[in-house]
Design a protein around this ligand. Sequence first.
Ligand SMILES: C[S@@+](CC[C@H](N)C(=O)[O-])C[C@H]1O[C@@H](n2cnc3c(N)ncnc32)[C@H](O)[C@@H]1O
Length: 251
Amino acid sequence: MPNPSLIRRHKGLLRHTLDQLLLVDLVRYGVVALRFLWFVKVLGRLRTLSLPGTADAAVADNTISHNLKGLRDLAVNRSHLLVRPLSVIEALPVDARVLSVGPRTEGELMNLAAHGFSWEQISGLDLISYSPKIQLGDMHETKYVDNQFDAVVLGWVLAYSEDPARAAREMIRITRPGGIVAVGVEYSPQSQEQVIAEVGYLPGAKARIGSCEEILGFFGPAVDHVYCSHVVAPQALGSVGALCVIFSVRK
Ligand SMILES: C[S@@+](CC[C@H](N)C(=O)[O-])C[C@H]1O[C@@H](n2cnc3c(N)ncnc32)[C@H](O)[C@@H]1O
């Protein structure tokens, strides 16, 4: 994001100030909760993608059922780990077209707006949606045109793919040359067996992503400049850590 005064000029002082209030986790939670109640409880708009007919083999078992249980995480505080560094990359204009893949709720989208991105240019793609801002779709095979986005954020979604290299190819296709891809995944000290014993099933893909290098490997030669390749230790976040990677796209 360039000079902050450009953001103010682009959005207008009032809108910019209102958006900045969303930086406060509790405020963001409240706004997302009100919209959630409106769209889900009043308008009954909660929908899930019907998987047969799409690239369903690549979607890990239990993905939708597991994430339906997580719909109460409305502020999505961990999205700060990707959104904050993304917001200081000067290659992205104020009105960058940003796609959040797997936002689950509007929390991550509002966090992007809070950090200066234009709300009108932010959208989401998920297997679950209640919001007009989030399109139902599968990251392995989207309906977007080539180079449609300036930035694509994959926040804690790639670990739900049984074929992350395929998802990565699709993300590269829809990101413009020189655009930015930001990926965050869980980094857990628990074995998959321990997770199954605790949760009762495996929430996510059979193979675990174990390093930032592995994430970059999925994107192969499309990785140009790596802005961030960061391991957040589990104790820093509670019980599970994170692997975060942000890079520009070469094609
Ligand atoms: C753990 S949540 C992440 C929510 C938020 N981004 C965060 O960081 O907390 C994973 C989300 O990715 C979505 N998802 C999983 N596989 C997907 C796929 N193939 N295409 C689109 N969305 C997917 C799930 O439905 C869920 O909403």
